[in-house]
Design a protein around this ligand. Structure first.
Ligand SMILES: O=C(O)CCC(=O)C(=O)O
Length: 331
């Protein structure tokens, strides 16, 4: 890449490289990923639609990331080295998607805040489809990589409030399939809702060069009560506590607890009010997400699944359990 590209990258914290991968290789990669998603859905005994309404990212090594050939990674590696002018090592690698089943926004954040112990330098976000403005393209805040690094934003928390000032500074980056956005790990970025509801798959690789010195101060992660780092464990505790109180169940296993509650909600009426359809849907999605996490290193890129479960079921169940216990104590 020429020195203008390198200058631009240093100044703005991102750079869009066009046509990094030939369309024929992109098509082949897309096809391999979709076939792999099909077999992962089969593996869990669910439809592709249900699988994709729960899972929107896969971290390598996963059957989905294995669908990406070395040839693709080699092209990205060469482009990264050319931009950074240094030999770069692949540190992590994801496939991320938005589609009709999972359209949610990814709030603005700085990647570096999420890995203070093991930071990476740069991401390369490769579009596998054309991404128009209304399909939730990557958005960046030019120059924000020079600002102080803030604490990791826990956008999984039900209390999370987006910072409205960031939206006004953000720039949408519509892309063609095969284009790559390189961005500094300190750059504020995110993506909005996929209003077009078309498939938007991306291969996101993270790179480090040997000469790179990570920023001296990266704030420590401060987990919220129910959020990115705590929601799994807390969900298990609340479901287990509630199941003991209502059905005298001693079940502790997360998967069996989810299945127990999905089953019970279809059979009994609860002593507190919930939107039954939303609660069953949320529990079902978390079950698929959990299985995909165990078997395919699948995850939820948006953070909406646990938030929805909290609102539709966990919060009312927790309130009920607390009031019940207070009454018992008062007796
Ligand atoms: O793919 C997206 O919408 C956002 C990706 C992102 O935030 C990241 O890769 O760090």
């Amino acid at each position: 890449m020429n020195s203008l590209a390198q200058k631009d990258f240093k100044l703005k914290g991102y750079y869009v490289a066009r046509n990094v991968i030939h369309k024929s290789l992109i098509k082949k990669t897309q096809k391999n990923i979709l076939e792999s998603i099909k077999s992962c859905s089969k593996d869990l005994g669910v439809s592709e639609k249900d699988y994709l309404s729960a899972v929107s990212r896969w971290l390598s090594p996963s059957p989905i990331t294995s669908a990406v050939s070395n040839a693709v990674l080699e092209h990205i590696s060469q482009a990264t080295q050319s931009l950074l002018d240094e030999t770069s090592q692949l540190s992590k690698f994801n496939v991320i998607c938005k589609n009709d089943q999972c359209r949610g926004a990814i709030p603005y954040h700085q990647d570096i805040s999420y890995s203070p112990e093991n930071p990476y330098q740069v991401s390369a976000w490769l579009a596998l489809q054309d991404v128009p403005e209304d399909a939730g393209p990557l958005e960046v805040i030019p120059g924000s990589h020079k600002e102080p690094i803030k604490q990791a934003v826990d956008f999984w928390s039900p209390e999370y409030e987006p910072d409205s000032t960031l939206k006004n500074r953000a720039l949408k980056l519509p892309l063609s399939a095969g284009d790559v956005v390189f961005f500094d790990s300190s750059l504020w970025h995110g993506s909005s809702e996929n209003l077009a509801r078309i498939s938007r798959y991306a291969i996101v690789t993270r790179w480090v060069t040997q000469v790179w010195l990570p920023p001296q101060f990266i704030p420590r992660i401060q987990p919220r009560y129910f959020g990115m780092w705590t929601s799994g464990e807390l969900t298990q505790q609340i479901l287990s506590h509630g199941a003991y109180l209502l059905f005298q169940s001693q079940e502790k296993d997360f998967l069996r607890l989810l299945e127990l509650w999905i089953d019970k909600l279809q059979q009994i009426s609860l002593p507190f009010s919930i939107d039954l359809t939303s609660a069953i849907e949320s529990l079902t999605r978390i079950r698929i997400l959990h299985l995909a996490y165990l078997k395919h290193k699948g995850g939820d890129a948006t953070g909406n699944l646990y938030k929805n479960l909290w609102k539709s079921f966990l919060s009312p169940l927790k309130n009920y359990v607390e009031i019940f216990e207070q009454k018992c104590e008062a007796l």
